[in-house]
Write a protein of this length. Structure first.
Length: 365
């Protein structure tokens, strides 16, 4: 038997392996089409269910008194959970169990990594949620946060916006606001003010106290309850220092204007009563005067009679009006500041997280 079989050498330009690979890939794609279509259907249904879940969550939470930011966060978390479950089902049916578990575990790991990488943003966001859940202030409240004093304009996802007494907007990150010491001047409408006035050592302290108390009792902006005080604070180099305490209604009056008015009227009352107010920095007061007698040659010195300084009963040019044109009335300037705020550009965008709890703002100064 003669073997005449011959093996022809493969041509360099033989595309048979490539075409076989393409045919195999095509068969794989066609075979995977049912899984791909199933994945699209499941993910589509999952996306619709996530939207439905988020909407139902928002509707359910809208019936409760809850902060809008927290309501939105809960709704989005509910929607994202449904979408993650849909993706897990797709990978599990496709036989990619390891990928499915990695998806679930990687989601938590990714959240941890992002939280560390964007620590400042995360702190602000969480502080915004806590401040909106239990807000320590309302829109229109007068606050002192660290060294900043102003009226609350809005609370956004990033910052708390204050309108300072100078009419400027101050943006404080919510993480700082949440950790800071907050002084709220509006929570209690009554506010106590004080100032110090020095009288001469020759003047009766009780008389000065009576004069100052009478001024406070006659002033329309000073409250009688709690009652005002006039207390001896210290003994200075040339004066007895009295500290005057009084209360006013911060919703109706400006403490700056009332304090100016009270100081002016107390000063006038002391002058009219003949109570001296020496300057301990430059002035040395001789309450009974310094008699001067020129002694001629051969004349015996004679003690001069004591001459008391006359006590003025009138203060020329000093008015006893409660307020002057320079003080521009005693009313609170909160309304003027809010009007300036309405005319200005809002420096911080986004929704106001305090809007859901907004009541008529209370004036505070």
């Amino acid at each position: 038997m003669i073997n005449r079989l011959e093996v022809e050498p493969r041509s360099v330009f033989d595309f048979e392996p490539a075409t076989a690979g393409v045919r195999e890939l095509g068969r794989s794609i066609v075979g995977a089409l049912p899984l791909v279509l199933f994945a699209f259907v499941v993910l589509g249904i999952g996306w619709l269910l996530s939207r439905l879940s988020a909407g139902l969550t928002r509707r359910a939470l809208s019936r409760r008194t809850i902060a809008p930011l927290l309501r939105e966060v809960i709704a989005r978390v509910a929607g994202a959970a449904v979408l993650i479950v849909a993706a897990y089902v797709v990978f599990r049916i496709a036989g990619l169990t390891t990928v499915a578990l990695s998806l679930v575990g990687g989601t938590g790991l990714l959240g941890l990594v992002l939280g560390i990488a964007f620590r400042g943003i995360t702190e602000n966001f969480l502080a915004s949620i806590f401040l909106s859940i239990q807000p320590p202030f309302r829109t229109g409240d007068l606050l002192a946060i660290d060294d900043h004093v102003g009226y609350v304009e809005r609370l956004t996802n990033r910052a708390t916006v204050l309108l300072s007494l100078d009419g400027n907007h101050i943006q404080i990150p919510n993480s700082r606001v949440y950790q800071a010491t907050i002084r709220n001047f509006t929570s209690n409408p009554n506010r106590r003010e004080d100032f110090t006035v020095g009288i001469g050592y020759e003047d009766a302290i009780s008389d000065a106290q009576k004069v100052a108390l009478q001024v406070l009792a006659d002033h329309p902006a000073v409250l009688s309850d709690p009652e005002p005080w006039v207390l001896v604070e210290s003994l200075g180099a040339a004066t007895v220092n009295l500290r005057v305490y009084f209360w006013l209604d911060g919703t109706q009056h400006s403490w700056l204007k009332v304090r100016s008015s009270v100081i002016r009227l107390v000063k006038r009352a002391f002058q009219c009563a003949g109570i001296s107010m020496p300057d301990e920095a430059r002035e040395m007061v001789f309450p009974r005067g310094v008699p001067v007698h020129v002694i001629r040659d051969g004349e015996q010195p004679v003690a001069a009679p004591t001459v008391s300084a006359p006590r003025s009963q009138q203060v020329p040019g000093e008015t006893d009006d409660v307020t002057t044109a320079a003080e521009a009335g005693l009313r609170s300037d909160a309304g003027d500041l809010r009007e300036q705020s309405r005319k200005s550009r809002t420096p911080e965008g986004g929704d106001d997280l305090l809007a859901v709890r907004l009541v008529e703002p209370v004036q505070a100064a």
